[in-house]
Ligand binder design. Structure first.
Ligand SMILES: C[S@@+](CC[C@H](N)C(=O)[O-])C[C@H]1O[C@@H](n2cnc3c(N)ncnc32)[C@H](O)[C@@H]1O
Length: 303
């Protein structure tokens, strides 16, 4: 069962009582989408996901809302085009609940989790490159860079070298193969709170799905599509995403800097940030849904 993260907070910040058309850019299993639709009979919703399996599940879960729901297969970096295809030109609210769904994590065949043995895949949708392609083909320096930048992994170079040595003998094809290589590459004295494979798996998932580039493109388009007073809510699960959201919202809320005075031009402000600090789940929510542990929610209102 997938529990939507920070659900009540999301619905409240989206201010769904105003009605109109909301987009859930990451409809997943439809948890947040159902809550949005339940909260306001005036609201309709478009649910986007790049994962066809997730869309099937969302369709089942949201069937009771009839024609108030439309689902669209695709990437949220294509938001503008997807909305044009549906004949929608402005939105009452936008939600993005980033990362992977519990369905993706729990199905071994998707290869997202080092805790389940499966093919080294990690594609959310039907992209071209899998984690196996990256692990077996990228140069050592490139692998090290990805582990350092996307995983913030201290032993990035060491792990990249171990991968390259191992793949000279035979390709690394399963999540368990990769997990073993990482476990052996870790320095003996090195102790950490999380499993040593956590950061490398996160980094590969970000690279496979181009997650930061997707988010960058979504943020660029989302604000333009919001009506006046409409809200945007983004829930992220690691610091790279959260930093990108925080900086983008701050820039849009500050407006352009006047070259002569060096001060921002108030009339060029596009949004108001509604969350000075990101919202975090309560201890009770984390206890009920450990996946929510790292969630940070930021919201903004279109001016
Ligand atoms: C955390 S889950 C969303 C769960 C959902 N809020 C719910 O309550 O069921 C994230 C979903 O976003 C999808 N996703 C991630 N990146 C995407 C992208 N760039 N474009 C479209 N969907 C994406 C994933 O396939 C996954 O199903």
């Amino acid at each position: 069962m997938h529990l939507p993260v920070l659900c009540a907070e999301t619905v409240e910040l989206l201010d769904t009582g105003r009605g109109g058309c909301y987009v859930d850019c990451t409809v997943g299993l439809g948890g947040h989408a159902a809550a949005i639709l339940e909260s306001s009979p005036e609201a309709s919703l478009v649910g986007i996901d790049r994962d066809e399996q997730a869309l099937d599940r969302a369709a089942e879960r949201l069937a009771g809302f009839g024609d108030r729901v439309q689902l669209a297969a695709g990437r949220f970096s294509d938001l503008r085009q997807l909305m044009t295809d549906l004949g929608i030109d402005s939105l009452s609210g936008i939600l993005a609940d980033l990362g992977v769904s519990s369905l993706q994590l729990e199905v071994s065949a998707r290869g997202f989790s080092f805790q389940r043995d499966g093919p080294l895949d990690m594609r959310m949708g039907l992209g071209e490159r899998t984690a196996k392609d990256i692990v077996n083909r990228y140069a050592e320096e490139e692998l090290g860079k990805i582990f350092r930048e996307y995983g913030e992994e201290r032993h990035a170079r060491r792990i990249a070298r171990a991968i390259v040595n191992r793949r000279r003998e035979e390709p690394i094809v399963t999540t368990a193969d990769l997990r073993r290589v990482i476990e052996r590459a870790r320095p003996r004295s090195y102790k950490q709170r999380i499993h040593p494979a956590t950061r490398v798996f996160q980094a590969l998932r970000i690279e496979v799905n181009q997650e930061l580039e997707e988010l960058r493109q979504l943020l660029d388009q989302a604000v333009e599509m919001l009506e006046r007073d409409a809200r945007m809510v983004v829930i992220s699960y690691h610091s790279l995403e959260d930093r990108l959201v925080k900086h983008t919202l701050r820039d849009l809320a500050t407006g352009e800097i006047e070259p002569i005075t060096g001060r921002p031009r108030a009339e060029s402000r596009v949004i108001e940030v509604l969350t000075r600090k990101p919202l975090r789940p309560s201890a009770e929510e984390v206890a009920a849904n450990p996946r929510s542990r790292s969630a940070r929610l930021r919201a903004a209102r279109r001016l």
